[in-house]
Ligand binder design. Structure first.
Ligand code: GNR
Ligand code: NI
Length: 167
């Protein structure tokens, strides 16, 4: 297992569309393993492969308090969404920023599990928010992209200033 480096906004690689995982092989399992370790270490409730510079459609999620309910999803897709809900979100790739985002309240996600078999998850609450946040990452979208242009400008300037200070 290994800890991976998490890319930070405004790194342009976070805007790339991730490509589908064609085959679940040993490399995929290793990436998923390293991503889980990186997510738990951060700590975060989810992590998408593009955040660790791996442009594949793979996410790990664990919203449990005990941190023992790991979900690894390959090629996840939202197939049903309903309702609306606002939640304060953060992102490991946008450190120090918490903002309210409006998303669907409930989603059904179809994906492949690590065993390569299809699965469906019906989610609401924090899990629904987290799944939408992670699948956004696969499409090159960050939570700040859901905010007003004005808020985005404030956040971008803050990130640029941070970069000047910390490299
Ligand atoms: O750790 C995380 N917390 C979080 C809180 C509210 C909404 C979404 C998230 S996901 C985030 C980890 C992350 O950046 N995943 O991409
Ligand atoms: Ni994120």
């Amino acid at each position: 297992m290994a800890l991976l480096k998490i890319l930070e906004y405004p790194d342009l690689r976070l805007k790339d569309m991730a490509v589908p995982v064609a085959r679940v092989d040993r490399e995929t399992l290793r990436l998923a393993d390293d991503m889980a370790e990186t997510m738990y270490d951060a700590p975060g409730i989810g992590l998408a492969a593009p955040q660790v510079a791996a442009g594949q459609r793979l996410v790990v999620v664990d919203v449990s308090d005990a941190r023992n309910e790991l979900l690894t999803l390959i090629n996840p897709e939202i197939i049903v969404r309903s309702g609306e809900e606002e939640m304060k979100e953060g992102c490991l790739s946008v450190p120090g920023v918490l903002e309210t985002v409006r998303r669907a309240e409930k989603v059904t996600v179809r994906a492949l599990g690590l065993d390569g078999r299809p699965l469906e998850i019906e989610a609401d609450g924090l899990l629904a928010v987290c799944l939408q946040h992670e699948i956004d990452h696969l499409n090159g979208t960050l939570f700040v992209d859901h905010l007003s242009r004005l808020r985005q400008n404030v956040i971008r300037r803050k990130a640029e200033k941070r970069l000047r200070h910390h490299g």
